[in-house]
Design a protein around this ligand. Structure first.
Ligand code: NAD
Ligand code: IPM
Ligand code: MN
Length: 356
């Protein structure tokens, strides 16, 4: 097992270190695992003058799986796109062809009181957001800045999907739904955008091959509303890159905290990039305050998706459940009567539970 570890910036290194500790604990000495760490984001700029150094990309390409922390710093937006720390992640996803991003929003029953939503709305919540990851307005050309005919400064991006891009993510979505509760909701903006009209048409056509899966469609605005009103109506949601980015952060709050949401980014094979959905959290970085559970749960997804180690993945998820039941809480999921712990102690708790 060859794993590239790219901790990145902000809380990325803190939460990734805990994921790696849990990984070592769950594999024990029985499994040969090679971990290769490499800089990305601001760390890449500092060490090699590039947010995605050539050597890091090479290591990522050679690996069976990639554990990623987070990248990006406040004020990044002002830096040209190619040199922006946060953009390193976009380049990595694109270079490795990781077009399917799984973001499961699962409520641990112990955290039912940590969410801002009413318990009955979220009890038993288990949904999968499948976000297309290498197309859309994130990568569409033309993009840039310029001056319009009136001499005013302007900027533009292009929302763009080709038919094959929609087809391949649709197939992944239907197959994912098939392995779950056989319900798929495709989210678009077909009432306004041609690109989303194509999206809906192609998803509907692919759906004919999956008669056992119930397909529905929602516009993104209504989907955001329904996700807050009655999230349990959903099983699998498939959507484009930008809508999926937004909907998945919203879904995080159903589970109590953005610090709980893991993700897996897959391409055609079993190679994947695993990362928490949250960012670098500059407000709490370096203070041992970050919740490492999203990173740890992302590592469990790696065991399952890239290495077929379902039993070990179950053990990690079970261990997370156990530390929550024991009352360990980082600040973001703190509830009265629980024990407030830091990043490190939470990680140690999961390690102990995995061994236990
Ligand atoms: P963020 O997710 O970093 O933080 C949002 C809020 O959630 C903050 O209050 C933060 O303290 C809290 N939070 C996030 N993760 C947490 C955790 N594990 N435990 C406890 N609290 C947590 O989003 P942002 O502030 O919009 O972005 C900060 C930077 O991160 C930006 O540069 C952005 O581009 C980048 N970013 C990177 C990724 C990534 O690398 N995958 C994802 C999102 C944002
Ligand atoms: C995410 C992040 C990234 C995205 C940023 C940091 C480029 O928000 O992974 O959700 O928009 O995809
Ligand atoms: Mn995001």
């Amino acid at each position: 097992m060859k794993i590239a570890v790219l901790p990145g910036d902000g809380i990325g290194p803190e939460v990734t270190a805990e994921a790696v500790r849990v990984l070592k604990a769950v594999l024990g000495s029985g499994q040969a695992v090679e971990l290769v760490e490499a800089p990305i984001g601001q760390a890449g700029i500092d060490s090699a003058g590039d947010p995605l150094p050539e050597a890091t990309l090479r290591i990522a390409r050679a690996a069976d799986a990639i554990l990623f922390g987070s990248a990006g710093m406040p004020g990044d937006e002002a830096i040209p796109f190619a040199m922006r720390p946060g953009a390193s992640l976009l380049r990595l996803r694109q270079q490795l062809g990781l077009f399917a991003n799984f973001r499961p929003a699962f409520l641990f029953p112990e955290l039912i009181g940590a969410s801002t939503l009413k318990p009955e709305v979220i009890e038993g919540l288990d949904l999968m957001i499948l976000r297309e990851l290498t197309g859309d307005v994130y990568f569409g050309e033309p993009r840039g800045t310029g001056t319009n005919a009136r001499g005013e400064r302007e900027a533009f991006n292009t929302m763009r999907y080709s038919e094959p891009e929609v087809e391949r993510i649709a197939h992944v979505a239907f197959r994912t739904a098939r392995a779950r509760k056989r319900k798929l909701c495709s989210v678009d903006k077909a009432n306004v955008l041609e690109v989303m009209q194509l999206w809906r048409e192609v998803v509907t056509r692919v759906g004919a091959e999956y008669q056992d899966v119930e397909l529905t469609h929602l516009f993104i605005d209504a989907a955001a509303m329904q996700l807050m009103r009655a999230p349990k109506q959903f099983d699998v949601i498939v959507t484009g890159n930008i809508f999926g980015d937004i909907l998945s952060d919203a879904a995080a709050m159903l589970t109590g905290s953005i610090g709980m949401l893991p993700s897996a980014s897959m391409g055609a094979g079993t190679k994947g990039l695993y990362e928490p959905v949250h960012g670098t959290a500059p407000d709490i970085a370096g203070k041992d305050l970050a919740n490492p559970l999203a990173a740890i749960l992302s590592m469990a997804m790696m065991l399952r998706y890239s290495f077929g180690l379902a039993e070990q993945a179950d053990r990690v998820e079970g261990a997370v459940r156990r530390v929550l039941a024991e009352g360990l809480r980082t600040g973001d999921i703190f509830q009265g009567g629980c024990r407030r712990v830091g990043t490190r102690e939470m990680g140690e708790g999961v390690v102990a539970a995995v061994r236990g």
